[in-house]
Design a protein around this ligand. Structure first.
Ligand code: ADP
Ligand code: MG
Length: 139
């Protein structure tokens, strides 16, 4: 099934100057990029995006990290885009991520793991709305 997913290149990856490598991988994997923008989130915007994790011990440092610098927010389209992108990212903890995955290659810790991807169809819709609501309404 053709799906859309929300991908983020996190601040650690931008600082490491691997944004280009990640975008190249996205194209090599044959995703269609139908949204791309660079933003520097406020703490409040990062808290809103990660609201599902509000009770986790890592919520406060995670939202500090995600608002610590520029991020690139993408909408990726393709066959099974949600699971395809999660496979390309690899496990949350780079130390556990399979060889050749983005997190294994570019992540430096379970928090600073270089990329984000939606985890299911409802989450993808909610996350795309969170950053691309106006665009969606125009369609
Ligand atoms: P994923 O990004 O793989 O879907 P989660 O949704 O569980 O993982 O977590 C969201 C983000 O929170 C992770 O990508 C990572 O940046 C951070 N995170 C998750 N677990 C931890 C942890 N145990 N310690 C610190 N940060 C974490
Ligand atoms: Mg998640």
């Amino acid at each position: 099934m053709v799906e859309k997913t929300l991908a983020i290149i996190k601040p650690d990856a931008i600082k490491k100057k691997v944004m280009g490598k990640i975008l190249q991988r996205i194209e090599e994997e044959e995703f269609l990029i139908s949204g791309l923008k660079m933003l520097h989130l406020t703490k409040e915007e990062a808290q809103g995006f990660y609201i599902v994790h509000k009770d986790k011990h890592f919520y406060d440092p995670l939202t500090d990290f995600m608002s610590s610098g520029e991020i690139v927010i993408l909408v990726l389209e393709g066959e099974d885009a949600i699971s395809h992108w999660r496979k390309v990212m690899g496990a949350t903890d780079p130390a556990m991520a399979e060889s050749g995955t983005l997190r294994q290659m570019f992540g430096s810790s379970v928090e600073q793991n270089s990329v984000h991807g939606s985890d299911g169809p409802e989450t993808a819709e909610w996350e795309i709305d969170y950053f691309y609501k106006e665009k969606k309404e125009e369609e």
